[in-house]
Design a protein around this ligand. Structure first.
Ligand code: Z5A
Length: 212
């Protein structure tokens, strides 16, 4: 996608089951990298602030009903509407920490029974993360954490299926982190891994696309 040798920001994605600790770790990583003087932004998908995001939000909170294919494409459209901004920020040297991305899109929709390859197709061409931090946790343990059960998808049996489908997406950009550890131990491992990857992007690693 980009043959330039200039340094840029890193695209760091957090993935994992509900309540695996993504949001907590995103916040801690943001503070850490800001403290080191990096230019950083925290993003999340779904981005509920856009018009597409508002439709997704209504669906997730059971205020509206949508066909499974339709909501899948909306989640993907929500990432596409941010794609050019993402590229601009990364090229300008800002590192983006992203709470959920295309892997959530495919894992959740295919766990509902949609065809796996069909689910991947609308994600093709989005920017590939430099690093995916997969916070791995047994669904039973995640369910013990606060706030579980409020939104659509937050059911144990479904989460187990989602975990199986996530595993089919693992590639060399993934780092699996044991998210059943204490918040501090997870944080330590996240920081170590991210520091290496932010540096490799500063040395001029080109951007690439999903899923090529
Ligand atoms: N979805 C989709 O279907 N397709 C897509 O393309 C995308 C998403 C992008 C909304 O996601 C839903 O949309 C989601 C997937 C689907 N499924 N559901 N439901 P969301 O990101 O808006 O919300 P969420 O994933 O349901 O939950 P979450 O709040 O983001 O969970 P989390 O970020 O992984 O966890 P947390 O907020 O950091 O922590 C949860 C609790 O656990 C909290 O009380 C913490 O204090 C505690 N916690 C965290 N870490 C620890 C440790 N290490 N020890 C003990 N306690 C901890």
């Amino acid at each position: 996608m980009d043959a330039s040798n200039e340094s840029r920001g890193a695209l760091v994605v957090f993935e994992g089951l509900d309540r695996s600790g993504k949001t907590s770790q995103c916040g801690r990583l943001l503070s850490y990298l800001e403290g080191l003087g990096h230019s950083i932004e925290l993003w999340r998908f779904p981005d509920r602030t856009t018009s597409v995001g508002k439709m997704i939000s209504a669906y997730l909170s059971n205020e509206s009903q949508l066909d499974d294919h339709t909501i899948h494409l909306l989640f993907s459209a929500n990432r596409w509407e941010k794609r050019s901004m993402m590229e601009m920020k990364l090229k300008a040297g800002t590192t983006l920490i992203v709470d959920r991305y295309s892997y959530s899109g495919v894992a959740f929709s295919s766990a509902k029974g949609l065809d796996f390859e069909w689910c991947k197709a609308p994600e093709i061409g989005l920017i590939a993360p430099d690093l995916v931090l997969y916070l791995e946790i047994p669904p039973e343990k995640a369910a013990e954490r606060g706030g579980y059960g409020g939104e659509r998808y937050e059911q144990l049996k479904f989460q187990k299926k989602v975990a199986q489908h996530y595993k089919l997406l693992e590639d060399s950009s993934w780092k699996i982190i044991d998210a059943s550890q204490s918040m501090e131990d997870v944080e330590k491992q996240v920081k170590e891994t991210v520091s290496e990857h932010v540096l490799s992007c500063q040395k001029g690693k080109a951007l690439s696309s999903l899923w090529s």
